[in-house]
Design a protein around this ligand. Sequence first.
Ligand SMILES: [Zn+2]
Length: 402
Amino acid sequence: MSSATTYSPHQLSQNLDAARPAVLEMARYIHANPELSFEEVKAAAAITSLLEQHGFVVERGTGGLDTAFSATIGSGELVVAICVEYDCLPEVGHACGHNLIAGSTVGAALALAPMVDELGITLKAIGTPAEEHGGGKALLLDAGAFDGVGLSLMAHPGPDGRTSNPAGTTSQAVGRFRATFAGQAAHAAAMPHRGINAADGAVLSQVAVGLLRQQLPDSNRVALFVREAGVATNIIPDRAVVDFECRALTLPDYESLLSRVRACFEGAALATGTKLVIEDIEPLYEPLVQNLELSAHWADAFGSRGYDVSPASFIAGGGSTDMGNISQVIPSIHPMFPIPGSTEAMHSAAFTAVADTPVAYEAMFDAAYGLASTVAAAAVTPDERARFIGSAYHPATAEVSA
Ligand SMILES: [Zn+2]
């Protein structure tokens, strides 16, 4: 049990400075070696070896996921999980700046490591693969990687121009699906009447969703693309595949959107005479709940480095994170930190380039400081500390008492 009621921001800052060269090298390496969801072999190896060098005990392959890990230092009663991300996007590499997430979270972990006993914490850096696609955190939560955790956090880079105060913001739930239309192949000129055109099912579903969008609330999003729809003009396609996703700010809104979108696909199948199968291809990402006490600590620390942390005047931008699933059961924050001067759209090649610039790496270290300070401040504030320990995540106990 920690008896400390203060911590030294100066000491934390010095610890972070000492770790800077190694963390910078690691973040650059991850940017230069982009790896897709569940394939983050190089990133996981680089991050875990750095954590080991700083005294963390590393478990690799956590939850049966090859590129996940759980690195622990300290034995205090308050268990803190810093979520490390390191996957990239197809084609555009680190267009979401997850190299900066890895740097800010690992930087925070290394800054806190020498202080874990003084703070009375067990510090876990949990390597959570597959944030872009695959819901690594949802899988790790189910696998028990977060059992006993009292609070959890990470930070995400973004363009400049928006407050970094997470209080009152959220993110959208997202579910991702694959719709497969099965028809009947036939010669497109000699016997078109014998064919059942699966590609028409794909076209009609896109048109129906496009029309539906006019009647959707602003907070809903539907995105889709045709993955397969034929191979040659003289063969009527007997198979077409459309991937789609639905997003909304609450789970009830998400369910209602999903049923309307499903109806678009079912209508397309009915009109074309094709057979339709819709499969769930990723875990559901739940909406983000930002803990207000942790938000206030972050705003103090990150604001002290000159960033805008004024109260957010928006509920959420479009977007989703599997940190939402963690935040539904463990007090968490997922603030956005700006790359000063950048206006590039996330998930574009331009943002990939920005994520590897000196100004981006500076912001990354400021975010590392913000995360580390948030943990330290929560650990030494007696009433918060007691609450975070008391509400630690114990799913098995919860089931028994329910
Ligand atoms: Zn991202």
